[in-house]
Design a protein around this ligand. Sequence first.
Ligand code: NAI
Ligand code: MG
Length: 360
Amino acid sequence: MALLKNDMANKKTHIIALYPGDGIGPEVTAQAVRVLETLETAADFRLEKTTFPWGLKHWEQHGTVVPEDFIDRLRPFDAILLGAVGWPQKVPDHITLAPLVQIRQTFDQYACVRPSRLYPGLNSVLTGKGPQDIDLVVIRENSEGEYVDNGGRMKSGQDDEVAVQTAIHTRRGVERILRFGFQLARTRRNRLTMVTKSNAQRYSYVLWDEVLEQLAPEFPEITTDRQHCDAAVMNFVRNPAQFDVVVASNLFGDLLTDLGGIIGGGLGLAPSTNTNPERVYPSMFEPVHGSAPDIAGQGIANPIAAILSAALMLEHLQQAEAANQIRRAIERTLAAGYKTPDLGGKMTTEEMGSCVIDHL
Ligand code: NAI
Ligand code: MG
């Protein structure tokens, strides 16, 4: 008994905020938590979890989806594991999703990392392409670029109405996201593709070109390549095997990750991060999909995107072996033909969770 206690005390502890959210969010998060708890029993770390029941229920009771001090309450955590939020028939999306934007901005989560990997056992939407062709990661710049709220409108409703919205690209912002990309490429296949549109936008994306050129010599083992976004979308379909790590601005990253999601097997499988690489603030991990009100409560949502998001969280917490264990379990589960309805099967959310646990 004394030994056991001692063992517990020696384990490294990570403190995790769980934000299951709405719709299928809590359903898929529950399975991710089961997987994490199974791993923990044999691992040399433990997770101390606190659940925040924010979202629609909070709205019905208090008139807001999160408490006023929600940012301060999240700040002490090492990481946030999010399910999904939103229920457009009950609360407007701009209200439910506003806290997520605030979390990303306040915690300077400037790297949105979205791996896209077709697991063996799944059919590709791309004819003739299989798992050997599709294993890439898109890193989307998450803090500036085209999505900065910067502009205005004048002469509203008149024939000569004018709307102006100007993107903001800073040298610091471009440099830090490219550096993050180079470092990730080092852990993978040493290839980085930067996606811009510098042939048409000669100020902002030419800055990207220049920063890439300046940084590349610091990473001599990485092969770099530049593509314009229009060519890149074609190549994602025509020859996805050429991509390893792809770094793109906010807008282009947004577009590329929907495409990456579908060639990787669909929304039920696609994980995502909102990373603060310096670890000054908590990073947030979440499936790419939303709260799926159309299937909520039926117990048929695919929990794999949420489970893979938990794996990305472990990787960020420097528990790479545990993260790989999860990925190998999912690989074996899918290769054995286990499928939820979105993949053409009949399993429930919980059965899929159990299946991944059995394959750990
Ligand atoms: P959605 O991703 O929730 O669903 C799109 C379609 O994919 C639906 O038919 C859904 O049933 C299916 N789907 C999604 N995840 C699935 C899973 N794990 N297993 C099986 N099928 C799955 O997108 P939608 O319907 O446009 O948005 C619903 C709500 O989610 C909205 O309120 C939206 O604003 C919100 N949303 C929230 C996000 C977040 O929390 N980060 C991200 C995207 C949307
Ligand atoms: Mg999008």
